[in-house]
Design a binder for this molecule. Structure first.
Ligand code: TXA
Ligand code: MG
Length: 325
């Protein structure tokens, strides 16, 4: 029998982190863990990523829990092959051209997310776009192919710390907070991927391992820079962050004046993030539930969420969504 989760706590037990060798057995174990919704750090040519099944909302919520990330930044989805990427996002001619020229490699493309992608909304923080990358690393691609599903992966470090470029770095930050790390030795590039947004104007969202000049040479045109478009470019501050169209009222004890109530814990509500008060479950449900309530066209009241652990990231996102705009 599953014990009831304690109010406001996540019930994820702390795993003992396995250090997996870069051989057939290590890859098989890493892929099996990913398919079971567990967290596996793996090498890419840029930095080590902290991977989870991008189609499993609970697995993705665990990423934020393990990193103690106080915000739900959208994550990069890693794929083994181009046809897998095409099932997730819409590629226009410019996207095709950049993928042709630079994939596999240190380039992440932000593209329109397909409605039938199967990607958990937490991966893109509820945005209608998705960041995709096909890494240039044999072990990473072998793992992605064996996992058989898209893998969401931020850099495998605790929030606010530097990105890891060896399995030892990963363990120094995340030992016993993740299920395994696949040891592929040091990363060749050692810098995160360059992120280009194509929704639809090509713009440089983050400089990285692939020089912007190489991308501009391929496009035959300069990339828009955020300083030129006036938009903020720091991660988590993107102007495009998802907010419902209806007004949002926080720390509500009950719905008033035609509101719908988004509950947490044992409260009477229209939709509940987690009736048992489990923050991991609440994080996994957050964007999906907000989208559903938004479709009612009614103002949304949200029950109080404990402000610790994943609750901090949930509250951060709710405050942004409630802010005047
Ligand atoms: O090299 C890399 O890119 C590594 C390896 C593991 O692939 N990953 C990485 O992920 O650096 P992360 O989570 O540290 O950075 C992801 C960045 C965030 O800053 C986020 O703002 C941006 O990608 N991003 C993701 N999805 C986005 C979207 N839909 N729109 C705009 N930006 C997005
Ligand atoms: Mg990072």
């Amino acid at each position: 029998m599953t014990p009831l989760p304690q109010q406001g706590r996540s019930v994820t037990p702390m795993p003992k982190t396995e250090l997996l060798p870069p051989d057939d057995a290590g890859l098989a174990r890493a892929a099996a863990l990913l398919r079971a919704g567990r967290l596996v750090a793996f090498p890419t040519e840029t930095v080590y990523g902290l991977g989870a099944d991008a189609t499993d909302a609970h697995a993705v919520a665990r990423i934020f829990e393990a990193k103690s990330r106080p915000q739900f930044n959208p994550l990069i989805v890693h794929v083994a092959a181009l046809d897998q990427a095409r099932r997730i996002a819409d590629f226009d001619a410019t996207a095709d051209r950049l993928a042709d020229a630079f994939w596999p490699g240190a380039l992440t493309l932000v593209l329109p997310l397909r409605a039938d992608s199967g990607i958990a909304p937490l991966v893109s923080a509820g945005l209608p776009s998705i960041a995709l990358r096909l890494p240039d690393h044999a072990l990473a691609r072998d793992l992605l192919a064996r996992a058989g599903r898209p893998i969401a992966a931020p850099s495998a470090n605790p929030s606010g710390r530097i990105s890891p470029t060896t399995a030892h770095h990963v363990l120094a930050g995340l030992n016993n907070r993740i299920d395994a790390v696949l040891d592929g030795g040091p990363c060749a590039v050692g810098l995160e991927s360059t992120i280009v947004g194509l929704t639809p104007t090509p713009s440089l969202l983050r400089p990285g391992g692939l020089p912007a000049e190489a991308i501009e040479a391929c496009l035959g045109a300069p990339l828009a820079r955020h300083s030129e478009t006036g938009a903020p470019n720091a991660p988590g501050q993107l102007a495009s962050h998802y907010a419902p169209s209806a007004p949002l009222r926080l720390n509500a004890q009950a719905a008033e004046n035609g509101e719908v109530l988004l509950g947490f814990g044992p409260v009477d509500s229209d939709l509940n993030l987690s009736p048992g008060g489990d923050l991991l479950e609440a994080a996994a449900n957050l964007f999906h539930h907000l989208h559903l309530l938004d479709r009612t066209g009614k103002p949304i009241a949200v029950a109080p969420i404990p402000d610790h652990g994943l609750g901090r990231a949930i509250n951060d996102r709710l405050r942004r969504a409630a802010a005047p705009r």
